[in-house]
Ligand binder design. Sequence first.
Ligand SMILES: O=C(O)CCC(=O)C(=O)O
Length: 265
Amino acid sequence: MTHPLLTEDQINAFQRDGVTVIRGLFADHVETLRRGIEANMQAPGPYASENKKEGQTGRFFDDYCNWERIPEFAEVIKTSPAAEVAADLMRSKSVQMFHDHVLVKEPGTSMATPWHTDGPYYFVEGQQTVSFWSPLDHVTDASLRCVAGSHRWEKPVLPTRWTSEESFFANKDDYMPIPDPDAEGMTICEWEMEPGDAVAFNYSILHGARGNTSDTRRRAFSLRLVGDDARYVTRPGPTSPPYPGHEMQAGQRLREDWFPILLQR
Ligand SMILES: O=C(O)CCC(=O)C(=O)O
């Protein structure tokens, strides 16, 4: 039976378009996630960064892979309906943790999140993948923007560094250039969202976000999960996130002591 937060139409949209919105996915966990984000910003981890180019205004903070040291994140991962909903969306028997990501744009932040696809940065590939991007503040313009159907493109999109715009890996020619979805008339899915709603998208979806020109914060929590067919793949250099010392080999499932199974049906 499908999870009560979902309809068959949403599952079909996720399979077809690679993206859908789940209203209220973390609605019972908004305060917990806000507390977790405050704890994260007070004590950033080794991967935290401030994303700002010359002349830009505001503050765009992000950090990832903190769920094991921030109890609020661990609690939400274990007690929210995210894993059940992920299993239905991915049509997967198992749901495995990959990592968490916090992205905060303070009021008046000019920097847009560049168009990008997460998959090429990661050391995992498969059809059964899902990211849940959830704002902890009401969002209109600063919401996530996803290009429908881009998970079925033949070539992966070039991964770049967000501030310098340099290629992330040396093998540039193996990727397609980053498109300009607005100029190219692509179908962009974006929603006005309440705290705790979530955009669910496949790791191969091209996505980005505008700056935050509003006078309220735009705090977002992103949870990345994988399903049955996800396997470790090697990349031409250190991945993002890197997980140094993981010792996995190409073709293996992610090691369960580092990336726990959240659900097995
Ligand atoms: O929050 C943002 O601005 C971008 C989020 C994102 O790229 C992601 O969750 O993969």
